[in-house]
Design a protein around this ligand. Structure first.
Ligand code: IVH
Length: 535
């Protein structure tokens, strides 16, 4: 994309993102999922990274939280509360590490990984060891004083005490995660406890309490809350502490802002439980593989956790390196949110091709710009038939929302018409079969066009069988059975389509799992280069 195209796209993205923010936050109405909206924000962020001169102060990427509410005392803080840039998938994690290594060459980075709890960010100030003031993030610098509401939360200690002393040396902090944290010699706090200390963390509501709360609301005919985060935020940002007290809120700490002599972020996680805070023990990771293992482990545990999480947070563990890396815009360079892939994402329809199925059915299939959704990359989505294309109004070049719930075949669920440039092309159902050239026919009242030739698919299959054979591309591990399956599932029309397939296209198919999909994509990639004679 050149700069002018980027500028156009950025302008449209901002408009669409602002529209959905307004719907969600002001009108409390949702037209697209959070995953899809995040996907648009992420595209905007990446374009702005590519063309930093196009960043404007009113860009949605430059926003931290919201304006403080009237009715609360304002709190000004020295060290702003920032937010985190997201990474989706391993590739973006690697890009981040490369970026850090460019900023500080010849430096080995250790990381600290911990759960990213889906709640509401809060800062707590203790004076003389006593809880003095608590505030919301607000615009980062100025927050709302919500001390009275926070005082109703039992998991926020009103007085800091060194509980660790009462516990044995081998004490492992109780938490949903079983990863043991790094043990170190740092035992600094007792003498520092009288200083002004700032702790940051997340107010949240457990899943079971959230369900119960919503059910009771519904019984009273009141609208349910969309998620525990909104409910936690709503309970804290209102003026009646009695109302806050009536809601089962909890607090989980993740940062000690005050310098108490700690040099590593992991030490903060060790000390927080000793000071009386619940925290995730997290894990020190020596490299990206260890981060990915931690991430996968948490995904497995996710369902069983009592609270909602939407990813993991990775910090450069060494606090002085973290400081040195500084921040860009609203977020620190030394930390990232490694999000779980949502079930929906946005991408661009690069082409629509007709696939002839076993019964001759001519199915239009969207060929997509590769996109990660539900944890895997996909390049194809079925459009079912001509009527479905009309219903969606999808054109070639459109930005669309893709849904992939669980291991099912990905679908186009919505077209983002506001992002059109005018260059999109209408798709016209061809009159003839793309494989054999026969006239397509459609029975009255049927939605599906068919190729009437009995030879057609057989011809297409024979062409494919030859293509994968030893004398031609010699694709290991791919035989007629897999080819038949790929054709029947509308994933390939032309042999060249094979090379575009990604794991996520294959996983929903019968007899495929993550590993076999990976093997196939690897085998295909190995066969891309062949000698001229075989070509
Ligand atoms: S570190 C620079 N650690 O996620 C912000 N944040 O956009 C430093 N969150 O505003 C935050 N769990 O509300 C951090 N373990 C965790 C977290 C966490 C949840 C929230 C926090 C922050 C947002 C990131």
């Amino acid at each position: 994309m050149n700069k002018q195209q980027a500028q156009e796209r950025i302008k449209k993205l901002k408009k669409v993102i602002n529209y959905h923010r307004y719907l969600y936050h002001v009108l409390e109405h949702q037209e697209i999922s959070e995953g899809a909206l995040d996907s648009l924000k992420h595209e905007l962020y990446q374009l702005e990274q590519q063309f930093p001169e196009l960043i404007t102060p009113d860009s949605p990427t430059q926003r931290v939280g919201g304006e403080p509410l009237e009715g609360f005392e304002k709190v000004k803080r020295k060290s702003p509360m920032l937010s985190l840039e997201d990474v989706f998938g391993q590739k973006e994690l690697e890009d981040w590490q490369n970026y850090l290594e460019r900023l500080i060459p010849n430096q080995k980075f250790d990381y600290f990984a911990e759960m990213k709890i889906d709640g509401f960010a809060i800062s707590l100030i203790y004076k003389n060891g006593v809880f003095w003031q608590g505030s919301t993030r607000g615009d980062g610098i100025t927050g709302e004083d919500v001390t009275q509401n926070l005082k109703t939360i039992e998991s926020i200690p009103l007085k800091l005490e060194i509980h660790g002393k009462l516990l044995s040396k081998d004490y492992d902090p109780p938490s949903a995660s079983s990863h043991s944290s790094l043990r170190s010699e740092w035992a600094p706090i007792e003498r520092n406890l009288k200083r002004e200390i700032e702790i940051r963390g997340e107010v949240y509501m457990e899943k079971k309490d959230f369900e119960k709360f919503n059910q009771e609301r519904k019984k009273r005919g009141e609208p349910a809350y969309a998620n525990p985060r909104n409910l936690a935020a709503g309970s804290i940002r209102q003026l009646d502490p009695k109302l806050a007290a009536s809601r089962p809120l909890k607090f989980l700490a993740y940062n000690i802002i005050t310098d108490l002599g700690q040099t590593l972020h992991s030490q903060e996680h060790q000390v927080l439980p000793q000071m009386g805070f619940k925290t995730d023990p997290g894990k020190v990771c020596k490299d990206l593989d260890e981060i990915v293992d931690f991430w996968k482990d948490i995904i497995k545990k996710r369902e069983r956790l009592p609270f909602q999480i939407d990813g993991i947070v990775i910090n450069v563990d060494d606090n002085s390196l973290f400081q040195k890396l500084g921040k860009v815009g609203k977020s620190p360079r030394g930390a990232r949110a490694f999000k779980f892939s949502p079930a929906q994402a946005t991408t661009v329809v690069e082409d629509i091709k007709i696939q002839i199925g076993r019964t001759g059915a001519a199915t239009p299939v969207a060929h997509l710009k590769p996109v990660e959704v539900g944890g895997v990359t996909i390049t194809r989505a079925t459009l079912h038939n001509e009527d479905e294309i009309k219903r969606l109004g999808v054109k070639i070049g459109d930005t669309v929302i893709i849904d992939r719930a669980g291991d099912v075949i990905p679908e186009v669920v919505k077209v983002m018409k506001d992002l059109r440039t005018g260059q999109e092309k209408e798709f016209k159902m061809p009159k003839a079969c793309p494989v054999c050239g026969s006239q397509l026919i459609k029975a009255a009242k049927e939605a599906i066009w068919r190729c009437p030739s009995s030879e057609c698919q057989a011809k297409q299959k024979r062409y494919f069988y030859h293509f994968i054979s030893k004398g031609a591309f010699d694709i290991k591990g791919v035989g007629p059975r897999i080819i038949d399956q790929l054709i029947e599932e509308n994933l390939v029309t032309d042999p060249a389509d094979l090379f575009e397939l990604k794991e996520g296209d294959l996983i929903p198919l019968e007899r495929f799992a993550e590993k076999s999909a990976q093997n196939l994509v690897q085998a295909l990639s190995k066969s891309k280069k062949i000698i001229l004679a075989r070509f």
